[in-house]
Design a binder for this molecule. Structure first.
Ligand code: TRP
Ligand code: SF4
Length: 338
């Protein structure tokens, strides 16, 4: 995109923990947005493998990190994250982030960190207490701040759950700038009106942990098979019971993935029991498979090029590191280090 003279593109930074294959909820909620933002910003997208280490509990967890990065980045590229436009890299390839993390920890009161709701949740989930929890997990948002400001990013596209982290980043930046002089822009969270995708259980947000998800990279057959296990209107017990589309998640999925006239047909045929739930699920699975067709083809194509993803990540790491080194030099100077 050409820019009017005298204007600068903003810098976007966003990261995802490498949890492996992404699902439809990740796509509609975040990834699709990452792709669109590439037209208006200089974007930096990062697989945050050091953050993944804050919650490892077994050697399997550790062994999973590398293949998970590869699976996740393949999904990014298949979705349209374009390494010609954006920097795509692995967090640990730029060790300067750990330097900045340590330095930022000098201006971060402990109370700010233990107050964060995600911290309290994680401690509970991991069956830890504030006494036994890793110091690394306490510092999670400090590392996240380092991620963002190492590249002087001003805009961070995130979901609602991450807003407290970005608020904290702003406070850390304010403190840093006050003490050491104006250095970093205060990053802004950019909430995307992400479409919430409810999972196959019909109750919760689509998530891998709850196993109610549809993987982007699944085959059309696997997708259909999983959709057939989905919950529908619980009051529709027999085939000739009329259904209530407004309480059925299959209907919500039709509204997103099927055409407008199909949606009307689904509604009418559901409330009159003219269609059965099995046919209705096959129908929505077909719509989802059509929607993902191109992404899946691109994924196969990219996957078939040996070493391609590794090469992208290597190049991205070099570009990211060049920026990072400059920032660290400036920070050293400001903080009286040499
Ligand atoms: N904490 C984010 C999450 O759990 C991942 C993340 C790490 C991130 N560093 C980031 C997101 C920097 C935005 C910017 O989803
Ligand atoms: Fe849901 Fe479709 Fe069954 Fe109606 S027919 S309850 S919309 S799955």
């Amino acid at each position: 995109m050409t820019q009017p003279a005298g204007t600068h593109k903003g810098v976007i930074f966003s990261g995802m923990r490498p949890t492996g294959l992404l699902h439809l909820g990740n796509y509609m909620g975040a990834l699709q947005n990452w792709v669109t933002l590439q037209d208006d910003y200089n974007c930096i997208y990062c697989a945050v493998d050091i953050h993944a280490l804050t919650t490892v509990e077994s050697s399997e967890d550790i062994q999973a990190i590398k293949p998970n990065i590869e699976d996740m980045v393949l999904d990014w590229l298949a979705a349209g994250v374009d390494p010609e436009k954006s920097i795509v890299f692995i967090q640990s390839h730029v060790p300067e982030v750990m330097t900045l993390h340590t330095l930022l920890s000098m201006v971060t009161p402990l109370g700010w960190l233990t107050r964060v709701p995600t911290f309290k949740d994680k401690v509970r989930q991991m069956h830890e207490t504030e006494e036994t929890v890793n110091y690394g997990l306490v510092g999670y948002p400090v590392l996240q701040t380092a991620d963002i400001i190492l590249y002087k990013a001003d805009t961070v596209p995130v979901g609602q759950d991450q807003v407290p982290h970005i608020e904290l980043s702003r406070e850390i930046v304010r403190r840093f700038n006050n003490l050491f002089g104006e250095t970093f822009p205060e990053p802004q969270a950019k909430l995307t009106e992400a479409r919430l995708i409810v999972g196959l259980d019909g109750q919760n947000k689509m998530s891998k942990t709850l196993d109610n998800h549809l993987d982007l990279a699944a085959s059309p057959e696997e997708t259909t098979k999983r959709v057939l296990t989905a919950f529908t209107d619980p009051q529709r017990v027999r085939r000739d019971d009329p259904g209530r589309p407004e309480v059925c998640n299959i209907y919500s999925l039709h509204k997103i993935f099927s055409g407008a006239s199909d949606v009307n047909t689904v509604y009418d045929e559901c409330v009159t029991a003219a269609r059965g739930c099995v046919d209705c699920k096959r129908h929505v699975a077909d719509s989802i498979n059509d929607y993902l067709k191109e992404l899946r083809e691109r994924r196969e194509e990219i996957k078939s090029k040996p070493g391609y993803v590794q090469e992208i990540l290597h190049e991205g790491g070099k570009k990211a590191r060049a920026i990072a080194v400059e920032t660290i030099n400036e920070v050293y100077e400001k903080m009286g280090l040499s």
